[in-house]
Design a protein around this ligand. Sequence first.
Ligand code: NIG
Ligand code: FE
Length: 411
Amino acid sequence: MKDKTIIGPFKQVITMADLPLEGPINDAALPVRENAGVVCVDGRIEEIKPWQELEKEKGIEKEIINEPCVLLPGFIDSHTHMCYAGSRARDYALRTAGVSYLEIAKQGGGILDTVRKTREASKEELKENLKMRVQAHLQRGVTTSEVKSGYGLNVSDELKMLRVIKEVNQEEKLDLVPTCLAAHTLPPEFSNHKEYLEYLVKELLPKIKEEALAQRIDIFVEESAFSAADANDYLEKAKSMGFDIIIHADQFSTGASSLASKIGALSAEHLEASTDKEIKLLAKHHVVANVLPGASLGLGMGFAPARKLLDEGCCVVISSDWNPGSAPMGDLLTQAAILGAYEKLSAAEIFAGLTFRAANVLKLNDRGILAKGMLADMIAFPTSDYRDILYHQGQLGPVLIWKKGVACCLP
Ligand code: NIG
Ligand code: FE
């Protein structure tokens, strides 16, 4: 028996259908269905129709929405490091007192501090931490999230992180997409970057394949992490093993965007330091630009040039970068709204970066749009006008959230 439900009415259904994958989008192009409802069958969308027609349907279960709401596809966070143990409040206090992120890393704080705590944590502890963050994400309307490893930096602890991500994905409603970021920084056991990357290719990547723990490989290219030349060899090898390539690029200095363009990376992520040259390259090579306003807010630094990236024709995706160091906030909608205010983005461009464009960078073609056949991952905001959502800069959250057609309980 098919499980069929009619959900509505909604004042506006913002379907995000039929919009371009790359480049600017005007709000006038936003597909807004007024006074409509959604028919869901077995967790997927069957159709979106005027409520006048749907309310007459007999013999089908109806989930009636009693307050005026705007419906959007569930948000997709395509760049996070939310599997970790411990806090870096000390780093944050040092930074607000004027010490730079890279200086803190040089003093043994930064990523390596979280590596120590994550290695010490049991699998159960890590799972609990990740579950807590996954639930917070879901309550704020994120229905799919990428999660990176990268605080293990050896075979056993990287595998521990990826297994935790896999298990939490199976146990929680939110869908998680894992990425291996074992090339996050040089671990204390190694003194040579090349040797560490060779060790990963030999010892870790085959195990990840064997256990199907991740399909995506990421690397942090930066002065404090890996050079573009070392990254190139590592990524070529990962590519030949069949992995998709993602690069932490141009966060503090440029160089990695050209590598991303040359090597055929799916996306270059961060881009705060990108100049016109990098922007042109990314657009030309159709490398997705994943911008991370949460890191700018956490570090007190400028935003990635999202406006210029869009105007040059890039697919711009917006993610939280949720991590204990540079982006501890984790509130994707707030961050995207603030980025929009600074970078002059239309609501359509912001929502695109949080929905179908984010689905694209994760290679998920079953979500991010409300249309026939798509997963019924949907979020409803208590307003009659979609513009209210960004206007409140994250303070107007969703009141109803459906994951695969099933309403999630909010506390
Ligand atoms: O994306 N830039 C490198 N990695 C993370 C920060 C990780 C950390 O500081 O723990 C980022 O910002
Ligand atoms: Fe990151």
